[in-house]
Design a protein around this ligand. Structure first.
Ligand code: NAD
Length: 368
């Protein structure tokens, strides 16, 4: 690939500003060549703020109007599949904001389009890319903390009723789910990227306070293939907010406590008795000084593009996280223990996270 990677931004609302800032921080490796939004005033303001020459009202016009290598989907979740298919159909790579799709069925459709296209589809999961997450994956690989035994994966956030006034929030058809799908996905995805694949989930969900059709709270117990048991809580009802990951190994507890992004200072380690020196030696290893954030992931995406490799986070890995989310809903709404592979095309939870229906409120008809 010669010259800067040419990026198009689809949807110029809140998260698109974060994308633009992170792309700008990567210097002349990348240029925002165009943007689109159905709201004309937003795309114009975005162009002005970030010095983007070309602005359009939709993705088709963007793809027709500018030569692009990659589009970033910063649109509401219910649009990701169609927009991904539009770009992949023209051989343009896609980096989609989370969640990558509303359902496993949609993600499998994107996978088929990716195979036919030769271009790659990737999902934003910026917390995987911080230096200490990389450090922890390396320590698991070299065994210096001993075996992982148990973990906690909490997304305890607070969203007032007014948050749900944005029309795409709080419903199954456009947002795709509540905190399990839209918020806890970050922590669950990071946890799985560190500890490895899951093998079973049992869960409960509730709509306890917010004016939504989805859940506003879920609890799950996830068994991983390596036998680790993980307690997962996803909440939008928690005034004292935290994103909390805790990993208990034989020789140490490693904790990450932050809200929307972390630096090295958000991580801590507590040695088990008798392991103070070897754990201190392991803790001193690098990398140091690289926090999580979109910029760290975008740099990895550019590296992959330049090397002709699939872009991170690759689809099979993002699918495993989406399948866990579908499994949490399926377990919560049916009482079943759910394993990978259980949610195939015959399951109601394949085409929608709502599946056979939440036990509260009215069930909303799915689009055909
Ligand atoms: N990775 C993260 O930490 C993170 C944080 C916040 C949001 N997100 C994700 O980013 C996505 C967008 O969230 P947001 O908070 O920026 O929402 P937003 O509502 O602020 O912005 C979405 C934009 O998309 C535009 N849009 C709607 N339909 C469109 C269409 N057909 N074509 C082009 N643009 C269209 C809207 O006009 C709006 O400007 C969601 O998937 C959300 O889950 C990710």
């Amino acid at each position: 690939m010669t010259g800067p990677v040419r990026v198009g931004i689809v949807g110029t609302g809140g998260i698109a500003q974060v994308h633009a800032r992170a792309l700008n921080s990567l210097g002349d490796r990348v240029v925002i060549a165009g943007a689109c939004d159905i709201d004309e005033s937003r795309v114009r303001a975005f162009q002005q703020e970030w010095g983007v020459e070309e602005g359009f009202g939709g993705i088709e016009e963007l793809l027709d109007g500018v030569e692009l290598d990659l589009v970033h989907l910063c649109s509401p979740p219910g649009l990701h599949k169609e927009q991904a298919l539009a770009a992949l159909g023209r051989g343009v790579h896609v980096l989609s904001e989370k969640p990558p799709a509303l359902s496993l069925a949609e993600l499998d459709e994107i996978d088929a389009a990716q195979r036919a296209s030769g271009a790659y589809f990737a999902t934003v999961s910026q917390h995987r890319f911080g230096g200490r997450a990389e450090w922890l994956r390396a320590r698991i690989a070299d065994g210096s903390l001993g075996r992982p035994l148990t973990a906690v994966c909490n997304t305890l956030w607070y969203r007032p009723d007014s948050y749900f006034e944005v029309p795409w929030r709080g419903n199954w058809q456009i947002e795709g789910g509540g905190p399990t799908m839209g918020h806890g996905i970050h922590q669950m995805d990071t946890m799985l990227s560190i500890l490895g694949p899951w093998s079973e989930v049992v869960a409960a969900a509730a709509r306890n306070a917010r004016p939504v059709l989805t859940e506003d709270l879920s609890h799950a117990i996830v068994t991983l293939e390596n036998g680790v048991l993980v307690s997962v809580v996803n909440s939008l009802l928690s005034p004292k907010e935290t994103s909390y990951l805790r990993f208990d190994f034989e020789f140490a507890t490693v904790e990450l406590e932050h809200l929307y992004g972390y630096s090295d200072d958000n991580w801590s380690i507590t040695p088990a008795p008798g392991h103070e020196d070897d754990v201190a030696a392991a803790w001193s290893l690098g990398p140091h000084g690289r926090g999580s954030g979109h910029g760290a992931q975008f740099a990895a995406v550019l590296d992959a593009l330049e090397a002709g490799r699939p872009l991170p986070v690759e689809l099979p890995s993002a699918r495993s996280t989406l399948e866990l989310i579908a499994g949490i809903y399926a377990s919560a709404f049916t009482g079943a223990r759910v394993r990978p592979g259980d949610i195939g095309p015959d399951s109601p939870f394949y085409a929608s996270m709502e599946g056979s229906g939440a036990p509260w409120g009215e069930r909303v008809a799915h689009p055909a």
